[in-house]
Design a binder for this molecule. Structure first.
Ligand code: A2P
Length: 331
């Protein structure tokens, strides 16, 4: 499939493809193959982050495609993020430079502050843990001072747009009140069980595009947590929800396609992750059908405020003054 993916226009006038290729949890060899398949399938929006530790392999594949003339740099929409260890004014240019070097790029299309909280900046330890097992926090965080440095990165041309991720309403409103360049995008967990209506309204009123991460409810996260953190978690089975199953069947689509269509049709960008060539292709194939009003109504009421990704796997994270998820409805 190489037909163009519909896009949304950002407040800087640039186009952001409505489906992006999510890469969290994907590492090196597996990701190299999967990204090849994703580019073949037609993905042009790639979402990564410094903290995912996979920028180098993404850079390697993109460089190969660009050098071979299979894609032009300007046809790629590349997103990366300032890690929590860099969430202080001096960290912004340092970490954007590192990301650009990893990605072998002169610029990214969107640079996001990954999270509103900050860790101490310890070289070689993206998540610095103290001897008592808790996270080594930097609690001096000032979003206005950090945003000023983000704006400088726009001026330097190293990113075409700047935005936020995991920020709550109060935090976004403070940035909006004190900025020269407004955020173009907010990336948050968003799926049928966590529709974030209040936050979405703030973004709509301020022309900020919302990107939905974990759009399928991260069905692979339980295995990832157990392997990497030895922690067992119970996840809601969104794709097994009977309403979603029925809507998918009605349109002769898969449950994942029904959910992704719901998100894009609601005006969101979605970044599903898959390293499986069949599924990643499937996740892009959502532009030949439309959900009707009744489908949308039924999907809207599935919102139970269930948050999957609260970062609490990082012990002590909720003690940061800018920890954003104190307003969780249900856990
Ligand atoms: P896989 O890589 O084996 O396809 P999310 O984007 O919400 O975090 O979800 C990612 C998880 O969902 C991954 O474990 C991925 O597994 C799985 N996944 C991705 N696409 C689909 C799909 N179309 N149907 C079912 N599971 C999917």
């Amino acid at each position: 499939m190489t037909s163009k993916i519909p896009s949304f226009t950002l407040n800087n006038g640039r186009e952001m493809p409505s489906i992006g290729y999510g890469t969290w949890q994907a590492k090196d060899e597996e990701l190299e193959k999967a990204l090849e398949a994703a580019l073949e399938a037609g993905y042009r929006h790639i979402d990564t982050a410094y903290i995912y530790e996979n920028e180098k392999v993404i850079g390697k594949v993109l460089k190969r495609w660009i050098d071979e003339g299979r894609v032009k740099r300007e046809d790629i929409f590349l997103v990366t993020k300032l890690p929590p260890g860099g969430v202080h004014p001096e960290g912004v240019s340092k970490y954007l430079n590192r990301s650009l070097e990893n990605l072998q790029m002169d610029y990214v299309d969107l640079y996001l502050i990954h999270a509103p909280f900050a860790f101490k900046d310890v070289d070689g330890q993206p998540v610095p843990i103290k001897p008592d097992g808790t996270i080594d926090l930097d609690t001096s965080t000032d979003h206005v001072a950090i945003w000023k440095e983000m704006e400088k990165q726009m001026d330097s041309g190293k990113t075409k747009a700047i935005g936020l991720s995991n920020f709550n309403k109060t935090q976004i409103e403070r940035v909006l009140k004190n900025c020269k360049i407004r955020p173009s995008a907010l990336q948050i967990e968003l799926h049928p069980y966590l529709q974030q209506n209040e936050l979405v309204d703030v973004c709509k009123q301020n022309n900020i595009i919302v990107t939905a991460y974990s759009p399928l409810g991260s069905p692979g996260l339980a295995a990832f947590m157990e392997t990497n953190f030895g922690r067992k978690i119970n996840l809601p089975d969104i794709l097994g929800n009977p309403t979603i199953k029925a809507i998918a069947k009605k349109h002769s689509k898969t449950e994942a396609q029904a959910v992704l269509r719901f998100l894009v049709q609601s005006g969101f960008v979605a970044i599903p992750k898959s390293t499986n060539p069949v599924r990643l292709k499937q996740n892009l194939d959502i532009f030949d059908f439309e959900l009707d009003e009744e489908d949308i109504k039924q999907l809207k009421v599935l919102d139970e405020g269930i948050r999957i990704c609260d970062w609490k796997v990082v012990k002590g994270i909720e003690n940061h003054p800018e920890y954003p998820f104190k307003d969780v409805i249900k856990e």
